[in-house]
Design a protein around this ligand. Structure first.
Ligand code: HEC
Length: 133
């Protein structure tokens, strides 16, 4: 019986290993870590927001899949009320890179510079929402 030549096997193993390593990083980066995200949320967002009550900012339960500016009893800026669409993970990622760029005139100014922190915070927001996208 002929054995497969090492000229074929070795590069295939190398490529398989590389894909595995890349897959792991891509997964970790896009999914985020909700446990770490909860800590970041409390530290960075908790001064103004909470999950279940309106404070300086609107409450966040079910924010994923929600129409921007739609929580009853919260006094939004005109900028957020006219934004339209729904909050998705991708849109909140953009929001956290510059609320004033996404909705000029909004009352929120905080940005989160590091993409990994944003991914973790968004994973936490997904965990308190019934929608996951
Ligand atoms: C200094 C106060 C403050 C901090 C800190 C803050 N926010 Fe906000 N946030 C607001 C205010 C005020 C609004 C309402 C904006 C408006 O009406 O224009 C808001 C609105 C939002 C909205 C839109 C919700 C909706 O119902 O449409 C999201 C999402 C949001 N904030 C996420 C976050 C996250 C995540 C953090 C932490 C990384 C954070 N915010 C930190 C004050 C803050």
């Amino acid at each position: 019986m002929r054995r497969p030549s090492t000229r074929f096997v070795m590069p295939s193993l190398a490529i398989a290993g590389l894909l595995l390593a890349m897959g792991r990083n891509v997964l970790a980066d896009t999914l985020g870590d909700a446990v770490q995200g909860k800590l970041l949320y409390e530290a960075k967002c908790g001064g103004c927001h909470s999950v279940d009550s309106n404070r300086i900012g609107p409450m966040h339960r079910n924010v994923i899949g929600r129409v921007p500016g739609s929580v009853a009893g919260y006094d939004y800026s005109p900028a957020l009320k006219k934004l339209g669409g729904v909050w998705t993970s991708a849109r909140i990622d953009r929001w956290l890179q510059g609320p004033q760029k996404l909705a000029p005139g909004t009352k929120m100014f905080l940005t989160v510079a590091y993409f990994r922190d944003r991914a973790d915070i968004i994973a936490y927001l997904v965990s308190v929402s019934s929608h996951s996208q």
